[in-house]
Design a protein around this ligand. Structure first.
Ligand SMILES: Cc1cc2nc3c(=O)[nH]c(=O)nc-3n(C[C@H](O)[C@H](O)[C@H](O)COP(=O)(O)O)c2cc1C
Ligand code: SF4
Ligand code: SF4
Length: 308
């Protein structure tokens, strides 16, 4: 049975309501120790307050909202750490020193990690042995995304203990045009598998907090192992020149605000700088007036209701 984006959203809200924050391993009472000279029972000395749950941060890049939703879902379900969410496009560089665990999350882009996320990781600098997990959403085939994420994070010194790729609706208009929309993803089986991953990851976090060794949980499918990365410059070529239908454009500026690469200027209608554009389709997908078009795509196959 299919789950659908709306149901996925609902289940996130539900998960948010039921999520209990706090580190259970830290709230158990210490065993009372009788004083050696006194055989009678003495009252245990309890800490005044329980230690706070370890803090984590999930740094995400989400062009149309799927990755953001999935990260919120993870953060709500995890009980043994409290996760902040960090949007790498909207916010400045994160202060990772404040966090015990770091999540690195993005979407599959030409079977690999989007250029924007690669530059973010490069700028993060070394974080020796800090625990991390990697995560990506994908529409049709994740390819090398998770492996690349893991390798890049390890190059930065992170100790990557978990990784997962989640099937979600397809946001790439040329594939949507061919009918590959996957609008009902994740289906129930995919969601169940995702929940199982989150639960295992939660247990890993408990073990880490208790100072125990953890087994790594990084699931990479057979298909992802054999697929090669696609040349990233192909995206820009495939998209080609962008134009604006001036009769439709209402000069709202949304396209400029969602362009992570700073390739749009408003004069007052958008003007595109093709040298800066990476062909991410965010402007095309987010324009509510369908005013942006290319030679092949005009007013068609946008991602339905992307969230910022
Ligand atoms: C430019 C572009 C390239 C994409 N490349 C892939 C890809 O290689 N494999 C895939 O499965 N999905 C691909 N997708 C689909 C997205 O990875 C997928 O829809 C994802 O959930 C979008 O996440 P977001 O809503 O957080 O941006 C691509 C989407 C875009 C816009
Ligand atoms: S998002 Fe669309 S309507 Fe708004 S300024 Fe850009 S092109 Fe015009
Ligand atoms: S101009 Fe549009 S397609 Fe190009 S990088 Fe910016 S948002 Fe992406």
């Amino acid at each position: 049975m299919k789950m659908g984006r709306r149901k996925f959203l609902k289940s996130i809200a539900f998960a948010g309501a039921i999520a209990t924050r706090g580190f259970s391993g830290c709230v158990s009472e210490p065993e009372p120790t009788p004083a050696p000279s006194m055989p009678t029972r003495t009252a245990p000395t309890l800490p005044a307050t329980a230690p706070p749950a370890p803090k984590g941060i999930i740094c995400y890049y989400s062009a149309s909202g799927n990755t953001k939703l999935a990260c919120q879902y993870i953060a709500n379900k995890i009980k043994s750490a409290k996760f902040d969410l960090f949007d790498i496009v909207k916010e400045k560089s994160p202060d990772l020193d404040k966090y015990a665990v770091v999540g690195l999350a993005t979407f599959a882009d030409f079977w690999s990690v989007p250029y924007y996320f690669c530059s973010f990781l490069e700028k993060l600098g070394p974080h020796t042995k800090k625990h991390a997990f990697v995560f990506n959403t994908y529409g049709s085939a994740s390819g090398k995304t998770l492996i690349r994420l893991k390798n890049m994070a390890e190059k930065n010194g992170f100790n990557v203990v978990a990784g997962y790729s989640l099937h979600t609706p397809e946001s790439y208009p040329p594939l949507r045009a061919r009918g590959s929309t996957f609008d009902d993803s994740p289906d129930e089986n995919e969601l169940e598998e995702f929940n199982e991953f989150i639960s295992r990851f939660d247990n890993q976090l408990k073990s880490i907090q208790e100072g125990n060794a953890v087994n790594k949980e990084i699931k990479i499918s057979f298909l992802s192992r054999i697929l090669q990365e696609l040349p990233r410059t192909q995206a820009r070529k495939d998209m080609g020149e962008k134009y604006v239908d001036e009769s439709l454009c209402i000069e709202c500026g949304v396209c400029k605000s969602v362009c992570p690469y700073g390739a749009i200027q408003l004069k007052p209608k958008p003007v595109f700088d093709m040298d800066k554009c990476f062909g991410c389709w965010a402007c095309y997908n987010h324009c509510t007036e369908k005013a942006i078009y290319t030679k092949k795509y005009k007013g068609t196959s946008q991602y339905p209701k992307p969230s910022k």
